[in-house]
Design a protein around this ligand. Sequence first.
Ligand SMILES: Nc1ncnc2c1ncn2[C@@H]1O[C@H](COP(=O)(O)OP(=O)(O)OP(=O)(O)O)[C@@H](O)[C@H]1O
Length: 437
Amino acid sequence: MQLQNIANAGEWTGLNPTIKQTLLYHGYTQMTPVQASVIPLFLAYKDVVVEAVTGSGKTLSFVIPILEMLLRRYQQDRPLKKNEIGAVIISPTRELAQQIHKVMTPFIDALNEDENCIVKEGIRHLLFIGGNDTREDVKLFNEKGGQIVIGTPGRLDDLFKRSTIFNTKEVEVLVMDEADRLLDMGFEVQLTSIIRKIPKQRRTGLFSATMTEALTKLVKAGLRNPVKVQVKVQSNDGEMISEQKVPSTLEMFYLIAKPDEKIARLVSILKNNQEKKFIIYFATGACVDFFYKILKNIEGLKELSFHSLHGKMVTKKRELTFQKYSQGGAGSVLICTDIAARGLDLPDIDFVIQYDAPQDPKAFAHRCGRTARIGRGGQAVIMLNENESTYVEFLEIRKLSTKEYPDEGGVSKSNILMQIKDMVIGDRDIYDKVKAN
Ligand SMILES: Nc1ncnc2c1ncn2[C@@H]1O[C@H](COP(=O)(O)OP(=O)(O)OP(=O)(O)O)[C@@H](O)[C@H]1O
């Protein structure tokens, strides 16, 4: 595999004028470094394995080439028939798939509005994710087809197997976003099954901020002589670092607290930084439900607006929560599991708190990466119990965090515990959650 290390941004060149106009309209005046490297490679029909820091613009680096390659095939007089798919994008979570769909929408709208667009029947991108009715998915595709499909691996595999109306023989581009996560989540069987249905003569892209050894197998099975793109990050002292997974505009801290002090420290951070937008990670869905009920009722936090998100919630509720939190400003707090650790692009998050250390060490960087995106600043704190203090060494070795978060005070531990006790006694539902924890 060839290795390309890049650090510089660049001008948008050689793109369809409508696509370029849409980029400029959105204020994307220049390509980010990852885009400057990946777009030309993809357009030169190379397979790519892309490892670039969180929030560096990886999504557009595959969205743009997919659209350009689709237009190109129509220019070459190779249009797609109604039930033929030209590109498949696989994402590990429903939220991320929805986000990719949303990033692509303005480009497709602009192309469809352009009377000179070569795709006269219109370009359609369809979203196929778990939680929705598969019969609706089939109906939707059957009605008008879709040249680009975006989805979660289980649902895509299911649809491609279940119904012969999805013709994948013309797929030219396959993208696996957060590719390492797709494998970690145990989707290897579904990925292999999808890959088998797609022609070998395709372009494939694997994208993530963190790559693992396990991916080597997938790369060997699914990619042909790929170029590996690693985007270097400039550290504060000017050194170029390629192993860094998070941007240098991110300030990272840890704090060590006894179990009975931890919640008071959390309350103190929230109370003392009410002008910020937060995301807080917990280990399980039960913890999320519990802290959601508790935190919003704690004195001093009632002005904040809390939202909760985990995998056991139904899709509609997940969508609604995500939408409300995205629109919320200062004082919005998302309480969630690792379901919201990767890929989600919420540019105005100021503060990431990891109340529970992640089980998978790679999730650390992805969680932190929800803030400080595209040159903005941000802070991230990981809260550790005393018996987890070796985690600090792990962070130091990885050059991730060496600063201890100061105790901002203003909160009495015994008062917080008293409030929680009252809430637990008064609420059977919370009581059950406490027992479950
Ligand atoms: N060329 C550009 N100029 C300015 N902003 C951009 C550009 N490209 C993308 N962005 C913005 O940067 C933000 C991050 O992009 P994106 O979500 O693609 O990052 P990512 O690398 O996929 O991050 P993660 O690893 O967390 O998934 C988005 O808000 C996007 O709109």
